[in-house]
Ligand binder design. Structure first.
Ligand code: C5P
Length: 311
């Protein structure tokens, strides 16, 4: 298909601190995002008149991905169309997925961000990145970061972003899981574990409850994997492990095989392991794949750039 093509990366959360449930159903977060080299490609082209959004998704495990206006990419096209003054745009959106579906790596958010960038070009919509960011934030908490890429601190729902100086080239081994986890279910389990006293939540509001990320930011600046490794943290991990206990084994296996650190990515069930360098990552990925305990293994490097045109 000729059209406008955009590449967009997956994200991992190097640190994900979750505050209390807000009245609007979201949680305040303090997180450090990093964009990594698992890349979805989105191609948009004009659709036949009257066909609305036509979505084609290719890749592993895409059967459950909606191909109608429930798809976040379609909602992104609708949102940008509305802004440009047309309510029911006819657009064909092809999505080639390398980001694991429902894996906690913001795959759906990435596709939405890419669609915003692609449709802005396709329709020549005269809006700047700030406007695109605001549209992105309305679509989902992770969509703005998928636009921005690199390494950034996220607060609010995760949509308020400040880029972070990152001196490293970090090598990650990504362990794909057989299952899927729903993000709302994992947040709800996190609340439940806290309410039942199984998992503590620091008292206080906002940032004071979520701790400081200064050490992690310094480690990122240093570029040293040994400094970064002990600082990786994910408040959603106990909830993801409660809902999918086999992830504890995955993390233990990565540890035994010599990963510098391992965490559940976002709401899971994908797990990510930090390696010392490229060779270490490739060796670790091969060994982890050899155990047969995970559905698949990928080597990813970060940080990489956010959603960008490739045509
Ligand atoms: O923003 P997004 O649509 O990605 O969020 C999906 C769900 O994840 C929300 O409906 C909410 O249940 C949960 N969530 C949350 N707090 C956040 C982000 C997401 O509780 N900061």
């Amino acid at each position: 298909m000729t059209g406008v093509r955009v590449a967009v990366p997956a994200k991992i959360n190097l640190s994900l601190r979750v505050g209390p449930l807000r009245p609007d159903g979201f949680h305040d977060l303090s997180t450090i995002f990093q964009a990594v080299s698992l890349i979805d490609e989105i191609t948009v082209a004009p659709g036949d008149p009257g066909t609305g959004r036509t979505i084609v998704v290719r890749g592993e495990r895409v059967d459950g991905v909606p191909v109608d206006d429930r798809n976040l990419a379609a909602r992104a096209a609708l949102a940008l169309g509305r802004l440009a003054g047309f309510a029911d745009p006819d657009v064909r959106i092809e999505i080639d997925k390398a980001i694991p579906v429902a894996g906690g790596m913001a795959g759906g958010s990435a596709d939405a961000a890419a669609t915003l960038v692609a449709c802005r070009r396709l329709w020549n919509v005269d809006v700047d990145d700030e406007v695109l960011h605001d549209l992105a934030a309305e679509l989902g908490s992770d969509v703005p970061f998928s636009l921005l890429g690199g390494t950034a601190r996220g607060t609010g729902r995760g949509e308020q972003l400040v880029p972070i100086l990152d001196g490293g080239q970090w090598h990650w081994v990504v362990a794909l899981d057989e299952g899927e986890l729903s993000t709302p279910a994992v947040f709800a389990e996190c609340d439940r574990l806290r309410a039942s006293g199984h998992v503590e939540q620091a008292s206080g509001d906002g940032e004071s409850a979520m701790g400081s990320e200064d050490a992690l930011i310094a480690a990122l600046r240093s570029g040293s994997p040994d400094e970064l490794a002990p600082l990786l943290v994910n408040d959603l991990q106990p909830a993801a492990l409660a809902l999918r206990p086999s992830l504890a084994t995955t993390l233990a296996v990565g540890d035994e095989l010599g990963a510098l650190a391992g965490i559940v990515s976002g709401s899971g069930p994908t797990c990510v392991f930090l390696a010392a360098d490229r060779d270490h990552a490739i060796g670790l990925a091969a060994e982890l794949a050899g155990t047969g305990r995970v559905r698949g293994v990928r080597h990813a490097v970060g940080p990489v750039r956010g959603a960008h045109l490739v045509t």
